[in-house]
Design a binder for this molecule. Structure first.
Ligand SMILES: [Ca+2]
Ligand SMILES: [Ca+2]
Length: 472
């Protein structure tokens, strides 16, 4: 629904401030329940045709942005002025489609596009579909779906008939019991099952580099360990955050699949003090850090995989003043790069001492370990200031002293809960939450974070009760 990703949007041209990195954040703190803020932030095109050129909505905002103040506005001044400007134009209709800006923001349509207007889904009529209650939650529909999604089988005719004959309360109880049963199935928790599918984009397996079971031609690391920790954290009464924070490892047994906690694994090399779940697994470090002095790729992958924020799509930008410093002389202070790197570089500093690959193998810096003064030992001459690179970094604009704290702050953030529930929403409902589903989605992740204390299994009982899941 967010169209057009404009990279390098926050460039500066002839001293004129263009699209601002803090815009998305300031917008979403003004309208936290807007669908465009659900697990994401509005892209530049919300206010711009292509920066610096504003669209109809951006053009209405501009005169209300700190009127009279000298241009360009600093990021800070911009961020504090934007909420006032947004409020000032709430009652206006920037694109002339008859719907005021505020209504469009809240209903998830675009205030700068006349073709984008709220549609009332008033087409539901009783009796339209004799099989199911189309307008509202239908337990029989949800029951079928649940067995397919979690057990991988449709109910038999006899099961379905029996379910249909139950009272509403009995149906709910049966569904809860089936959810518990199905999440013990191989289809759900086993190798290459539903949970492993959710883990694929986080682990990014590469068969040719696989060590251990199912080995590749260049056996570097066994990422089945990463799948095991991920699956363990999703199951039973376990805390989902530990995929980022675990100090332990998880061993998998097959037939039937069982995951159990172990303090060490022969396939892993990180010392306990510096361990942060799958972020510091041997595979993650080898594959995402590789040969880099400043592991930006490792940081942006963890940010995207576990916190749902993709810097390449201008998501989750929290510019840190004075950044990027360009310690490794990669030219990231160039205008087109600086907007993203003011977030990405400080996000990456806490990875500075985590070793990926090196050839020849350095005995002082073994692969997949924490190496104090790694930059000084391995890359001292990469640039004149590279050894000044700190280990302290920033996550969400907040300082973090090392990667372990990075992972803790990340795991406790709303972004983590939103990203985790979004994964299951996509898997079970079939798509990312839509504007119509937003209220149920927000309630679900808030309960996941609060009432359910990050227990996925408890959250799933909520998810199967949503209209998004159970309304045909
Ligand atoms: Ca409008
Ligand atoms: Ca519109």
């Amino acid at each position: 629904m967010l169209r057009g990703l404009i990279l390098g949007a926050a460039v500066f041209l002839s001293g004129v401030a263009l699209a601002k990195p803090p815009a998305g954040g300031a917008f979403c703190s003004t309208y936290p329940s807007a669908p465009v803020c659900t697990g994401q932030q509005p892209s530049c095109t919300y206010c711009h045709v292509a920066p610096p050129q504003r669209n109809a909505f951006g053009a209405r905002l501009e005169p209300h942005l700190a009127p009279g103040a000298a241009r360009p506005l600093s990021d800070g001044d911009f961020a504090s002025a934007l909420p006032w400007a947004l409020e000032a134009v709430e009652a206006e209709d920037a694109d002339g489609d008859g719907v005021p800006n505020l209504v469009e923001i809240q209903r998830g349509t675009f205030p700068a596009e006349p073709n984008s207007i709220p549609v009332d889904t008033g087409h539901c009529q009783a009796g339209e579909n004799p099989q199911y209650d189309v307008c509202r939650y239908d337990a029989r529909f949800a029951y079928k779906r649940l067995l397919l999604d979690l057990c991988g089988v449709s109910p038999t005719y006899a099961q379905f008939k029996e379910f249909s004959a139950l009272s509403a309360d009995e149906q709910r109880a049966r569904m809860d019991a089936e959810l518990e049963r199905c999440t013990t199935s191989e289809f759900w928790r086993g190798k290459n099952g539903q949970l492993w599918k959710l883990a694929h984009p986080k682990i990014r397996p590469v068969g040719s580099l696989k060590a251990g079971e199912d080995p590749g031609t260049i056996a570097l690391a066994d990422y089945y360990d990463d799948y095991a920790l991920y699956a363990y954290a999703q199951l039973d009464d376990h805390d989902a955050r530990e995929v980022m924070t675990a100090k332990y490892y998880v061993r998998r047994e097959s037939n039937p699949t069982r995951y159990s906690v172990v303090p060490t694994l022969p396939t892993q090399s990180m010392d306990e003090l510096h361990r942060a779940g799958n972020i510091t697994s041997r595979w993650s470090l080898l594959y995402f850090v590789m040969f880099s002095a400043l592991p930006r790729n490792a940081a942006s992958q963890a940010y995207r995989a576990y916190l749902g924020l993709d810097i390449a799509k201008q998501e989750g930008l929290f510019s840190v003043p004075g950044e990027p410093r360009d310690y490794d002389a990669k030219g990231v202070t160039a205008p087109a790069c600086a907007a993203c790197h003011a977030t990405l570089d400080p996000l990456s500093y806490p990875f500075r001492n985590y070793e990926g690959l090196s050839f020849p193998i350095n005995p002082d810096a073994p692969w997949g370990t924490y190496v104090p003064n790694r930059i000084e030992k391995r890359f001292p001459n990469d640039s004149p200031i590279i050894t000044q690179m700190p280990e302290v970094g920033y996550l969400f604009g907040q300082p973090v002293r090392d990667l372990v704290e990075w992972a803790e702050v990340g795991a406790n953030s709303d972004a983590f809960a939103i990203a985790a529930v979004t994964d299951y929403w996509k898997l079970l409902v079939g798509h990312a939450p839509t504007a119509e589903e937003n209220a149920e989605f927000v309630a679900t992740w808030k309960r996941f974070k609060g009432t359910h204390q990050y227990r996925v299994q408890r959250m799933l009982h909520d998810l199967i009760r949503t209209e998004a899941y159970g309304a045909p």
